[in-house]
Write a protein that binds this ligand. Sequence first.
Ligand SMILES: C[S@@+](CC[C@H](N)C(=O)[O-])C[C@H]1O[C@@H](n2cnc3c(N)ncnc32)[C@H](O)[C@@H]1O
Length: 279
Amino acid sequence: MLFSEKRKSITTKAAGQISSGFQNTRLHHRSRKRIKELGEVFTPDAYVVDMLKLINQKNRDLWSNENIILFEPCCGHGNIVAIIYKNRLFGLYKKALQLGYENPVLYAVANALNTLWAIDIDTQNVVHSKVRLLERSLEFIKEKADISNDISVISSEPEFFAHLLCAINWHIKENETLSSLSDDKNAQTNASKTQAGQKWFQNNGHHPIDFENSWANHFQAQQADKLLPFVFKRANRFIENLLSGNGRHDVEFEFADFLIRKSTATSRRTMRTKDLATG
Ligand SMILES: C[S@@+](CC[C@H](N)C(=O)[O-])C[C@H]1O[C@@H](n2cnc3c(N)ncnc32)[C@H](O)[C@@H]1O
């Protein structure tokens, strides 16, 4: 199973309305208030592409090396993270094809996600980033499998998609940058270097990030202890409901709510077609 493959990794530092396609990648900022409170100004795509080219010049195998872990410390609504993810998908896919790996498409998705971390202090931004990664994953798999429908593609690999939901949740999180990269002793002092960071820390506490503890590694460790993560059971149930046309909101996977609307529409269409066929 792709999501339980263990890869050795070295670290390179290198709710508003949630609906499919809602993110405006040309959005510069949402409000003056948010610029003041969060420093929220989004990087335009063209600058992101140029910045990533500079990093790529120094690390030629940046996109295809699954031993390199990438971290976006203030991800906003995902402008940088979405492009990193896209580049990783294509880099890993190309490599998997060249090396004759089994199922290069799923290999690329699993490894691109397991080596990508992103955090932001703002809940809405984190959800938006998750939606974008889920959408990009679906677009990539659909294109390569030549399938146009999200629900059909999910039904071809339901367990993989349960892992995908868990991996997005595990790697893209609400967290405070300066404290998450600090030890227990220094976390509060470091968070207090910004007003927003201090406030977040007071409400949420210290959540250090362990870049080695990817979703795949966590899942594998649980399996070794003969355990199945509870969140994985929930993800499987979410997918099952989705595929049966009875999609149900689960707060854990709110970033996948747009799929519920798609599955309901698909099952309505199927019922209408059956009605017409039976006269
Ligand atoms: C300038 S925006 C950049 C967003 C994104 N990186 C981009 O380039 O489009 C800064 C982001 O940092 C987040 N932020 C502010 N203080 C933070 C903190 N202490 N820890 C984590 N994120 C923080 C804000 O919510 C905002 O989304």
